[in-house]
Design a protein. Sequence first.
Length: 364
Amino acid sequence: MKNKELTRRIMALAMAAALTVSVSPVVYAAERADAQTIKEDNQPAADAKESTEEAEGTAEEGTKTEYPLTITTYDYDGNEIETTYEKAPEKVIAVYQGSIETMLSLGLEDRLVATAGLDNEVPDDLKEAFSKTNYLDEFTPSLETVTMLEPDMILSWSSLFSDKNLGNVTNWIDKGCNTYYNSNTRPGGARTLENEYTDILNLGKIFDVQDKAEAIVDNIKDVINNTLEATKDAEEKPTVMVLEPLGENITNYGASSLGGDMVTQLGATLANPDASTVGKEDIIAANPDVIFVVYMPYAGDDPQSVMDSQLAVIQEDEALQSLDAVKNGRVYPIMLSEMYASATRTQDGIETFAKGLYPDAAID
């Protein structure tokens, strides 16, 4: 176990110069290196009673999926492709945190033939559902294991479909197994909140649980809207940096990252939107009002220790004591899984950012 942990740490440091590491060091490093390179309500007034009853019936029943359903997704290289579902998949393999938690949040644990790749426990409200799944010993399932399970869908991140793992998605689609990976892990693509919304809503369509998917997305949007409403009269919005210290390198989550998009959609301004990595001198020059420090405890780590260690890199560095964020006690932690390929944890990330950006605002 010690050797395994040591190997993980060494790999993390090796990849840091390219970008950063977390959740699963190999998985996050591969994905995040790519990351730095992207009702209507029109009811007729006439026949009001009939229209109202019809609208209420539709709302109660939710939007139904009509099959065959065609969904746009991506191949391993990030090219758009279309996949068609004749019916809702029944034997799904979900790999990595967000994929598993999205399936569970949509009430689809009975469709999971296997799960794998958790860095942390699922949230308490999903534990019972997760206990009903077949969790594999392999963190990243091998081609042999997945083939034996005969899935009709694989849900994961783009890295799972590399040549060294399961192979390109087109090979699986040709064999009758559809694939879908988190859009914010697409090579060369911008990382946005809209991508997270799209993924959740697409899965709602694929499995005919659109009402549940829409509720998840609506809840996230409500946090943003409530925050903007509560802070609309503020004369100035804070400037922000989202930083992840890794050895000698400090990753900066800028405008092309999901974390950066979250911050800007909450009305704040990124102090250094274009850089992927920064040095101390860059941070001093930017002098942001608020700094969020990214941390990620792996399974078996003590979360508090990991968080404290990351915060100390900024808070206790003598060269950074002149920063307004440090002097004013506005250096806050945020977990990587809340702001990178965050899936159903997106709301947690938005709430964490909102509280740090506007600590005095009455946000519902």
